[in-house]
Design a protein. Structure first.
Ligand SMILES: Nc1ncnc2c1ncn2[C@@H]1O[C@H](COP(=O)(O)OP(=O)(O)OP(=O)(O)O)[C@@H](O)[C@H]1O
Ligand SMILES: [Mg+2]
Length: 296
């Protein structure tokens, strides 16, 4: 809960709904040990190059993500946005360059290792365990950080029992936080598309990340759903998270981000405040040919 909320909370001025939200938020993020202070660089990419055979998907890309901000990562199709996530989350090891989290190189950390270090992501194409319930998907997500295994919990070994209950409670709080608790017991594959996107976010949050990376979370959404998603992203940030957002919809990006980095053909072509990016000639040129309703 942020300071403002806390003050209201203690003076009893918070209405029931807000108090409930604050309690949910607190359950979602009990404690995070992040050495970067708010506004300081949390993650830094330095001269990151990623080659696939003859193709240079990222060409000496450098930018920082500050703790507490929502940073937009935009660019036309094939610009290298997802590759950037992959290079930051251990899916690929950069051909050259460095990714530093709180000043420490990710180096050769595995995907699992990077989750434990505190970077979580969602995928452009939804990746859920379709046969598991929404709740189970989140419990499994949390297990990427937990000391004991899901297997241990499933076998109901006594020492796992308390942890198991805590994991379930926390997963439930996360489902409530993203607004899909009413379908907790449904198989992921039976959830409406918008719920699946939110479930992915809940699962990523379950790892208590220092940095949450969202790869086109609003893809396929109608305007009303996009507006709701923007509200969720703001709520996530208000809860103290740092967010990196890949998104094609300019209205959404401009409306929710604090700063924006623009890629084109694997190179960073601009970085700045949304208002600056909107006016930037190189960015406008990069988006020429994109239908008006995407640029609006
Ligand atoms: N594993 C891979 N092997 C070969 N080429 C790849 C691989 N991953 C990405 N690429 C190429 O790298 C370039 C950047 O792809 P990337 O998926 O990062 O773009 P993007 O900005 O996320 O695009 P989109 O908006 O369409 O999602 C593309 O030319 C893509 O074909
Ligand atoms: Mg992509």
């Amino acid at each position: 809960m942020n300071e403002d909320t806390e003050i209201l909370y203690h003076t009893g001025e918070l209405d029931a709904r807000l108090r409930h939200e604050a309690e949910v938020a607190e359950a979602v993020a009990p404690d995070r040990h992040i050495s970067a202070r708010f506004g300081e660089t949390l993650l830094q990419l330095t001269d990151v190059t990623m080659r696939f055979g003859g193709l240079t998907a990222l060409d000496r890309v450098s930018f920082g993500i500050r703790r507490g901000e929502i940073l937009g990562l935009i660019g036309p199709n094939g610009a290298g946005k997802t590759t950037c996530f992959n290079a930051m989350s251990g899916v690929y090891r950069p051909t050259s360059g460095q990714v530093l989290l709180e000043g420490k190189p990710l180096g050769k950390s595995s995907r699992h290792g990077i989750t434990q270090l505190g970077i979580a992501r969602t995928f452009q194409n939804i990746r859920l365990f379709g046969e598991m319930t929404a709740l189970e998907n989140v419990v499994v997500g949390a297990d990427a950080r937990a000391k004991t295994s899901v297997l241990g919990a499933l076998l109901r070994l006594p020492r796992h029992h308390r942890e198991e209950q805590e994991a379930v409670d926390r997963a439930m709080a996360l489902l409530e936080f993203v607004g899909i608790a009413d379908r907790a017991a449904d198989k992921a594959k039976n959830l409406p598309y918008g719920y699946q996107r939110r479930l992915e976010i809940a699962r990523a949050l379950a790892t208590e990340p220092k940095l949450l990376c969202l790869d086109e979370p609003a893809a396929g959404f109608n305007p009303a759903e996009k507006e709701e998603l923007m509200q969720l992203i703001r709520k996530i940030r208000a809860d103290g998270y740092t967010v990196l957002l890949i998104e094609h919809d300019m209205k959404l990006v401009m409306g929710v981000t604090d700063r924006i980095v623009v890629l084109e053909f694997g190179k960073k072509i601009a970085e700045g405040l949304p208002a600056e990016i909107r006016e930037n000639p190189a960015v406008i040129a990069a988006y020429l040919g994109v239908p008006d309703d995407d640029v609006a």
